[in-house]
Design a protein around this ligand. Structure first.
Ligand code: HPA
Length: 274
């Protein structure tokens, strides 16, 4: 097998001639959120299957397409469909899109996901600005041989989610009459959902939302020196004292129902991003 960076550079060599100038923003979409950007003027889209060395998605609710386009004066590369540890991908495969973005010199990374609400003040359909995260996956994309071109060995994690982008999210939410929750995303391996005892534990360690994505990409993004915005769409509320059953179907339906709001927020934000 070729070294990982060489693989990424081959994907870069395929994409670079197809983009004009620099790309301002990279966006990884979450469950049920792949069509999130209505004002995106698509320039081209390529199935992951047609990208050299790119991992393939296995989850039906994730489409597996790379889309290049523009919103206002910003150019953006959207990964519709991400890779999850629970699918059996390694942390390095999960972060392949982030490394690709890094090698394309993309400085802003947007991560969206569907998540369960742990904070009982939240409602299903709410959007939560991720202020910080707790990595409970037991995994890390920086494990293994060091790749100096991708950053330092022990990146500082005290400022993962960019304060400026957070402030812009608050402003755009207010301008569009969108309630914006804020909190801590607890990232688990999945794919089994949480027991009430696990939910109680997540509450106890100050988690506000829980999900099975985002953390690996955020860690790689920090190492890459990217400004990161994380948004969770709360698709269900996990109350350990009155547990309700959750299904993927319900999660996807709620995410799709609320995706208009996510769309409005993101399109407004992207057009105003520095
Ligand atoms: N738990 C984990 N991941 C999720 C959930 C949940 O309750 N809802 C949507 N993604």
């Amino acid at each position: 097998m070729k070294p990982l960076r060489q693989q990424v550079m081959e994907t870069v060599a395929f994409i670079e001639p197809r983009i004009k100038g620099s790309v301002d923003i990279g966006f990884l979409t979450g469950t049920g959120l792949s069509q999130t950007l209505s004002s995106l003027k698509v320039i081209w889209e390529i199935d992951y299957a047609d990208l050299p060395n790119f991992p393939q998605t296995t989850v039906e609710s994730h489409r597996g397409k790379l889309v290049y386009g523009r919103i206002a004066d910003k150019s953006i590369l959207v990964m519709q469909g991400r890779f999850h540890l629970y699918e059996g991908y390694t942390p390095r495969q999960v972060t392949y899109p982030v490394r690709l973005m890094q090698e394309l010199n993309i400085k802003n990374l947007i991560l969206s996901n569907a998540a369960g609400g742990i904070n009982l003040n939240f409602s299903s359909g709410d959007i939560m600005l991720i202020q910080d995260h707790i990595n409970l996956t037991g995994q890390n994309p920086l494990i293994g041989p060091e790749e100096p071109a991708w950053g330092i060995r022990f990146p500082d994690m005290t400022r993962v989610y960019d304060k400026g982008l957070g402030a812009l999210a608050r402003k755009c939410a207010a301008d569009n009459d969108i309630i914006l929750r804020e909190g801590v995303y607890a990232g688990l391996l999945g794919p089994s959902l949480e027991t009430p005892a696990e939910t109680r534990f997540l509450k106890g360690i100050c988690g506000d939302a829980v999900g099975f994505s985002t953390i690996m990409e955020a860690i790689a993004g920090v190492q890459a020196g990217m400004k990161i915005l994380g948004l969770s769409l709360i698709t269900n509320i996990n109350n350990p004292d009155a547990p309700e059953q959750t299904t993927l179907k319900a999660v996807v339906e709620t995410a799709q129902r609320a995706s208009g709001k996510m769309n409005l927020l993101l399109c407004d934000m992207i057009s105003q991003m520095p």
